[in-house]
Design a protein around this ligand. Structure first.
Ligand SMILES: Nc1nc2c(ncn2[C@@H]2O[C@H](COP(=O)(O)OP(=O)(O)OP(=O)(O)O)[C@@H](O)[C@H]2O)c(=O)[nH]1
Ligand SMILES: [Mg+2]
Length: 141
């Protein structure tokens, strides 16, 4: 068992796809062990996406991720990072196959509905960026 960080981005919340996305995780037998509806501050967005700081799309990415409510989750299961990335589909929704979240609901690279950590190290870094120790200690059954 391992865990990863998943976020339903502002477009996913605006489009009322939180339930759909949760349902896909649960059908795959993944377990959500922490979850909250929140807003991403500008500082948190910069910390989260610091690897992309020098990319031309960084400004658009920060404006997008901070524009509305998101749902942040800790998701647990076998090879959680890979399993969640596989349910999400490729970064560009046009390249993501039908059956994936981005492939079924996305059409545009910035508004690609979900974020999932790309490694176990990123997962731990992102979980501590979005959740306090108390929030992570809640009931899990
Ligand atoms: N406009 C634009 N946006 C990009 C491009 N590459 C990445 N992005 C955006 O930046 C985000 C982070 O990029 P990556 O970390 O490389 O992609 P990812 O891991 O599939 O996506 P995240 O789960 O959001 O981290 C993506 O979700 C996209 O919204 C690009 O070439 N052009
Ligand atoms: Mg990424």
């Amino acid at each position: 068992m391992s865990r990863t960080f998943l976020m339903v981005k502002p477009d996913g919340v605006e489009r009322r796809l939180v339930g759909e996305i949760l349902s896909r995780l649960e059908r795959k037998m993944l377990r959500v062990t922490a979850m909250k509806l929140t807003r991403v501050s500008r500082d948190t967005a910069h910390a989260h996406y610091e690897e992309h700081r020098d990319k031309p799309f960084f400004g658009d990415l920060v404006a997008f991720i901070t524009r509305g409510a998101v749902v942040a989750m800790v998701v647990e299961g076998p090879q959680a990072v890979e399993t969640v990335r596989s349910l999400m589909g490729a970064t560009n929704p046009i390249a993501a196959p039908p059956g994936t979240i981005r492939g079924d609901f996305g059409i545009e690279i910035t508004e690609n509905l979900v974020h999932g950590s790309d490694s176990e190290a990123s997962a731990e870094r992102e979980i501590s960026l979005y959740f306090t120790a108390d929030e992570l200690a809640g009931p899990t059954s």
